[in-house]
Design a protein around this ligand. Structure first.
Ligand code: SAM
Length: 290
């Protein structure tokens, strides 16, 4: 949803913009072109490898871009450290990038065999392996329900606990196979092209990276940092994220801090969704600081 990001950020030379999820720098590159000369882009990511790729991609703009390895929930600290006087706009494009999904050794994908890792920040302590092998059955069941809305959460949790008594669950393929065997046979087919392990993998990844907590924090902490007229744009990928964004924006609007620019979230066009099927569920919301 690059077009929406560029339009709603209302970019002009001289502006200070934060790309809180730089990934491989797709959004950042287009933002940098539009805020130079004179502007500043703060490009944040929790993933050092992605940051390095983005840095190379944006090397023509190195004087205008500040790369930050960190969690966007630390936006207050980051803005203090960089002595930002004002922020004119921020974009938060949630989830994992294709680059991260494609690397089997990161353990994000059930279609590529790799270690059960799923850490966005490879320096953080807790991995998917730790959660899957150490939480008790109730905890796993709750996690699958709360972060994946997985209807077979009880059956999958039971199966995980049974299997790990034989030996630790170490790979994405093992976890995916456990999910397949835990759900009733008639649900083992792909439903609407969605793999049956999708929700389990989403839930574990959200828990490993404490993604919903970080999202709540970044919105609450960013609003006071934005200059009047500045914009906050968020692209979410599933309903749990979108719900957090929607309610955080509604609350800020009720408090008189922002004006909602997208009463209904924007979604990808049919051709965008065809070109990039994983974007099908994404939702774009934006507010303007009053
Ligand atoms: C969907 S990708 C962003 C793609 C990017 N907009 C582009 O154009 O290439 C999401 C990125 O956000 C990063 N990320 C997710 N949660 C984060 C957080 N709490 N703090 C910083 N970066 C985060 C991920 O590591 C990933 O690189």
């Amino acid at each position: 949803m690059l077009a929406e990001v560029l339009e709603y950020l209302d970019l002009r030379p001289g502006k200070t913009i934060v790309d809180a999820t730089v990934g491989m720098g797709g959004h950042s590159l287009e933002i940098a072109k539009r805020i130079t000369p004179g502007g500043t882009l703060i490009a944040i990511d929790r993933d050092k490898e992605s940051l390095a790729i983005a840095q190379e991609r944006l090397k023509d703009f190195s004087e205008n871009v500040e790369f930050v390895y960190g969690n966007f929930s630390d936006i207050e600290e980051i803005s203090k450290r960089l002595k930002l006087e004002k922020i004119d706009g921020i974009v938060i494009d949630l989830g994992v990038s294709t680059f991260q999904l494609m690397q089997a050794e990161r353990g994000f994908s059930f279609t590529r065999e790799g270690p059960l890792d799923m850490r966005l920040d490879r320096n953080s302590y807790i991995s998917a392996y730790d959660l899957v092998n150490n939480l008790n059955e109730d905890e796993i069941s709750n996690l699958l329900w709360s972060f994946g809305q997985e209807r077979w959460h009880n059956r999958i949790a039971r199966r995980v606990v049974e299997e790990r008594q034989k030996h630790p669950i170490t790979t994405t393929a093992e976890l995916s196979d456990i999910v397949m065997r835990a759900i009733p046979p008639r649900f083992r087919k792909f439903h609407y092209r969605i793999h049956p392990a999708t929700r389990t993998f989403q839930a574990v990844r959200i828990a490993v990276n404490r993604e919903l907590e970080a999202l709540e924090q970044v919105i609450a902490r960013t609003i006071p940092l934005i200059a009047p007229g500045g914009r906050i744009c968020v692209i979410s990928f599933h309903s749990l994220e979108d719900r957090i964004v929607k309610w955080a924006f509604r609350k800020a609007a009720a408090d008189g801090a922002v004006k909602i620019l997208t009463p209904k979230p924007l979604t990808p066009t049919e051709s965008e969704a065809r070109g990039n099927p994983s974007s099908r569920s994404s939702k774009f919301r934006a507010v303007e600081k009053i």
